[in-house]
Design a protein around this ligand. Structure first.
Ligand code: SAH
Length: 385
């Protein structure tokens, strides 16, 4: 069987090298070629002996997901549609800003959580992504951005990247400075694969990102938050979206299993070990649903004991959805109430919506295994008759 080396972290690659009768340090060398130089051909690994290159070619491969579409929005946001087989495709999005570049990564083909306002949730669920499919999104994006965006002469060459040498930490050399697990899927529902992929993001021989610059966003899987705290505490974002259980049960149905009180307790436990000493609460702004002044006050009271920042996300509509985006005035009013209570409140700028790359618009292509989509269609047909 051919091993896909793209999906192995340092430990995995060491075991693989030892299995070939090689020294474990080869793992670092391979990681630098694969993840820093973006090489998918063993023949290009010029500091690896010819005999090892040949043995690698026989027993292993470096296979990223296949890019089906690569689109750039008017504001520079870029979206890749990646084929992950059997009729499923996932999306990742690069968001360039003046002082940083953020890649938003998917963790599942579809999502099983069915948040009422999210287009991925409406598509149903097929499967967890494998490690190589998760890290493959960063691999592709890093490679494409290096070849397209770097001004001539400023990019690191494959050779210098692979040998670890660099003349400075310029942003141009590393177009992706931040990764957010905020694409399709619930990352904590694919815990092991997501953690292994994040280990590669943090590894100095791979992408070398700091734990502060890797953010995992969850709809609130309490046991997963606790496990993450033990295994790989990165920056944490929590999709709160409502200030009480009655409304959150409706918007984020996983709340019926892990209600707000338990979620807040898990956030407090997490902060102890987190690289940032606060949790980012995400709050989608739905007109007339969760955006009133009274709800802002309720939110302030709810989070008063949890060190946090609040990130308001203007709702991004998609076909067939009953919600509307809150008005700019409602969003400002809500933010002011939260800010006046002494909390940091920001409004997420909508990026890339002309190519459906904004929050909640990532749809890819999902062969729904849960039959949820079929049941909904049957119901709609029955109602229409
Ligand atoms: N399952 C994880 C990761 C998804 S992150 C989570 O729930 O956190 C994507 C973020 O965008 C979440 O905060 C999600 O609630 C939000 N979102 C989903 N649909 C949206 C939409 N249509 N408009 C704006 N934000 C949306």
């Amino acid at each position: 069987m051919t091993a896909n080396l793209l999906g192995l972290d340092h430990e995995g690659l060491k075991a693989f090298c030892v299995g070939l009768g090689e020294k474990p340090y080869r793992a670092k060398q391979l990681m630098r070629w694969i993840h820093q130089a973006g090489v998918d051909d063993f023949g290009a690994m010029s500091d690896v002996s010819k005999s090892l290159r040949e043995r690698l070619a026989q027993s292993a491969a470096i296979v990223p997901p296949v890019v089906m579409r690569d689109t750039t929005a008017a504001d520079g946001t870029r979206k890749w549609l990646l084929d992950v087989g059997t009729g499923n495709a996932i999306e990742s999005v690069f968001i360039p800003e003046a002082n940083r570049g953020t890649l938003c990564i998917s963790s599942q083909a579809g999502c099983a959580l069915e948040c009422s306002f999210c287009s991925t949730g409406k598509q149903g669920f097929n499967r967890n992504l494998k490690v190589e499919e998760i890290i493959g999104q960063l691999w592709w994006a890093s490679r494409s951005l290096k070849s397209h965006n770097a001004p001539a002469g400023s990019a690191r060459t494959a050779q210098s990247a692979a040998s670890g040498s660099s003349d400075g930490e310029g942003e141009v050399e590393r177009p992706i400075s931040n990764v957010v697990m905020m694409g399709m899927g619930e990352p904590l529902a694919n815990f092991d694969n997501v953690v292994t992929a994040m280990r590669l993001m943090l590894d100095d021989h791979a992408y070398g990102l700091s734990r502060r610059r890797v953010t995992l966003s969850t709809a609130g899987l309490v046991p997963g938050i606790d496990r993450l705290r033990e295994e790989l505490p990165v920056s944490l974002a929590v999709s709160l979206h409502a200030p009480n259980d009655a409304l959150r049960d409706e918007l984020v149905p996983i709340n019926r299993k892990y209600p707000i009180r338990e979620l807040m307790a898990a956030c407090l436990r997490y902060i102890d070990k987190a690289p940032r000493k606060y949790v980012m609460f995400e709050y989608v702004m739905l007109a007339g649903v969760n955006d009133g002044v009274a709800q802002a006050r309720e939110l302030v009271a709810l989070v008063k004991d949890v060190p946090c920042k609040v990130n308001l996300i203007p709702f991004n509509p998609f076909p067939g959805i009953q919600y509307e985006r809150s008005s700019a005035e409602a969003i400002d009013r809500f933010r002011d109430v939260v800010a006046q209570a002494g909390l940091v409140a920001t409004v997420r700028r909508t990026r890339g919506d002309d190519i459906d790359a904004a929050c909640g618009q990532l749809a890819g292509r999902v062969q729904d295994k849960t039959k949820r989509v079929k049941r909904r269609q049957d119901k709609q047909e029955a109602l229409a008759q």
